[in-house]
Design a protein around this ligand. Structure first.
Ligand SMILES: [Zn+2]
Length: 273
């Protein structure tokens, strides 16, 4: 911050972007999804949260950083059973991520970190980054705030085994802290997994194998096993837990990763145009 007129790449003019590239800043690329998160949270949650975390990083990093316009659409086929879920195919998302990053590199922005907040986007992002590395030798970074949260917040979960999921306490809490005006806590419905065609789901992608502690993967729709769209217990959510999520996830890990990316890539040969 403070190095450019604005850190939002889309708000620069082309001449300002040209001059900014000469300073070799990291560019953050927020990537989200438009998918269901229960009856109390908005469809665009992953996209606005990716952007929020990117803005947070830009506000706290001491070296130049730009935030590219958010890629709101993502890959969420597992939620096709819920109205309003807008899905790009794996191939389309991979192509879009690659082509946006390819454009950045062509214009001199060679240090890119994807702030991806949808698990369904991870494989597309990985393939796009591999393509970019093969073409230009650049090393792309990526952080996944929701995924990080499930690891670094475990000691605060009432039941870590069921906390992971959609619309449950972790998402509800983080959204209360970041976007309280978009949360409708009064509309929370009970979450949980329901038996499906003889299967006993152990989470929303796996069914129990009787007589063992193992589960097998099943490519069912989320709505097959969690009709309300929610797993875990969203009623445990609070703005206080969300504030802790911001500290541990956005500050300690995501900001920490980008700061480390800055240190380790500033003088890399591939980072020089
Ligand atoms: Zn999501």
């Amino acid at each position: 911050m403070g190095h450019f007129r604005t850190h939002r790449l889309g708000e620069l003019t082309w001449t300002e972007a040209r001059d900014a590239a000469a300073q070799n800043p990291i560019v953050l690329l927020p990537s989200g999804a438009i998918e269901q998160h229960g009856s109390h949270l908005p469809l665009n949650e992953d996209a606005i949260t990716a952007e929020w975390v990117s803005e947070y990083i830009a506000a706290h990093l001491e070296t130049p950083v730009l935030v590219a316009p958010t890629l709101s659409y993502g890959h969420s086929p597992i939620f096709d059973g819920f109205a309003g879920t807008l899905n790009l195919s794996f191939e389309t998302l991979q192509a879009v991520l690659f082509e946006v990053m390819d454009s950045l590199v062509k214009h001199g922005f060679r240090r890119i970190v994807i702030v991806n907040n949808n698990g369904g986007n991870q494989a597309s992002a990985a393939h796009a980054a591999e393509q970019l590395r093969a073409k230009y030798g650049v090393l792309v970074g990526s952080v996944y705030p929701w995924g990080i949260g499930y690891r670094v917040m475990r000691d605060l979960y009432e039941d870590p085994a069921t906390a992971y999921g959609h619309g449950s306490e972790p998402e509800h809490s983080a959204m209360l802290a970041m976007f309280p005006e978009l949360v409708q806590s009064q509309l929370i419905t009970d979450g949980g997994l329901a038996p499906f065609e003889g299967w006993t789901p152990t989470n929303y992608t796996e069914g129990a194998i009787p007589g063992t502690v193992e589960s097998g993967t099943l490519y069912w729709d989320f709505s097959d096993v969690a009709p309300s769209g929610v797993t875990g217990n969203p009623r445990l959510g609070s703005a206080e837990l969300g504030a802790e999520w911001i500290k541990r996830v956005a500050h300690d890990v995501c900001l920490g990763f980008v700061a480390e990316f800055e240190r380790n890539t500033a003088n890399a040969l591939w980072a020089r145009a």
